[in-house]
Design a binder for this molecule. Structure first.
Ligand code: NAD
Length: 315
């Protein structure tokens, strides 16, 4: 049975990824410090280790020789926290990654699949949808830590022959998302609808994002795990956008969520937040071409499933 260590597997995306590996017959260990994740998110059938990615314990675990693949989802993933405390961001996201990669090297782990972000590394003035080879210009320390992580992966791949894949996610949404992340808007709107409160939109609501359902993201992780990695000539060689290519405005999202929930609430407008990206969408043609991967869950369907989960979880 192939063995994978999923970091961040008590969190939103990582828990779905761990589940997908279990369903595909993998032996799964989850490593998470439970800073934003929850023990009950870890799927039944997975072993759980509570540890920080920067700890000696995490490195030793990987160095044990017990794993074929590291799937790395643990992160400080709040853009605003990265601006207010860039040292903390770099400690978790960069030093944490390097600590794990040292364990990977020592333990002969064959492959690393890394959760990167397509929402924060590309130049926002480059044409949409962004392709993997598009211009990069992260504006937040979080974006720098994600792109920097990809360069560390490239270096370890070239130095030690480790196979690496980076998944550059769009705005991921779905069950188990906590409302404080990069794409927390679906979780926030869902909670407001459940409790019958108005939805607050910052700015005029015309800002767009590319929303991808977490089940589709979990499937992309399995593709990334079995893909035949070829020569790394640049950092984009092993990077894959994972989104839908579709731009959805916040106004549109709010209206769709009101419709799927069947709850009539008003939409209120508040001043735009400084530094917020105006538009975003990812071209996912590479994943389709090389993996046959494409998103299968429509936004309406995904929002419906998510709202259903929010109601059940609260009940
Ligand atoms: N949600 C999105 O739309 C999105 C978009 C792009 C990239 N990502 C990336 O996907 C990954 C998962 O994000 P998520 O939305 O599931 O967030 P999340 O907060 O639900 O999951 C992160 C998990 O990592 C754990 N963690 C945090 N710091 C840790 C540490 N130092 N040691 C061990 N565990 C630690 C948390 O407890 C949590 O369980 C992150 O790397 C994030 O940057 C997410």
């Amino acid at each position: 049975m192939p063995r994978v260590l999923v970091t961040g597997g008590a969190g939103f995306i990582g828990s779905h990824v761990a589940e997908a590996y279990l369903e595909a017959g993998w032996e799964v260990t989850v490593l998470d410090d439970l800073s934003t994740g929850r023990r009950e998110n870890v799927p039944r059938g997975a072993r759980f280790v509570k540890a920080d990615v920067g700890s000696a314990e995490a490195r030793r675990l990987l160095a044990s020789g017990d794993f074929d693949v590291l799937n790395h989802h643990a992160a400080q993933m709040d853009v605003r926290v990265s601006v207010s405390d860039p040292l903390f961001d770099a400690r978790v996201n960069l030093l944490g990654l390097i600590n794990l990669l040292e364990g990977v090297r020592e333990g002969g782990v064959r492959r690393v699949v890394f959760a990167s972000s397509g929402g924060v590394i590309y130049d926002e003035n480059a044409p949409l949808p962004h392709r993997e080879t598009g211009r990069k210009l992260p504006v937040s320390p979080y974006g720098v830590s994600k792109l920097g992580s990809e360069y560390y992966l490239a270096a370890y791949a070239r130095l030690y022959g480790i196979e690496v894949v980076a998944l550059r996610y769009a705005n991921v949404y779905g069950p188990r998302q906590n409302p404080h992340g990069e794409a927390g808007v679906v979780a926030i709107f869902g909670e407001r609808l459940r409790t019958g409160r108005p939805l607050t939109v910052f700015g005029d609501g015309s800002q767009t994002r590319d929303y991808v359902y977490v089940g589709d993201v979990a499937r992309a992780n399995l593709s990334a795990t079995v893909w035949a990695v070829s020569d790394i000539t640049e950092v984009d060689s092993f990077a894959f956008n994972v989104g839908t290519g579709v731009e959805t405005s916040v106004n549109d999202l709010a209206r769709k969520m009101i419709a799927v929930s069947g709850v009539e609430v008003s939409i209120e407008y508040a001043p735009a937040r400084a530094g917020e990206l105006k538009r975003s969408a990812l071209d996912c043609g590479k994943a389709l071409q090389l993996w046959g991967w494409k998103p299968e869950v429509t936004l309406e369907e995904g929002l419906g499933r998510t709202y259903e989960w929010i109601r059940e979880a609260a009940a």
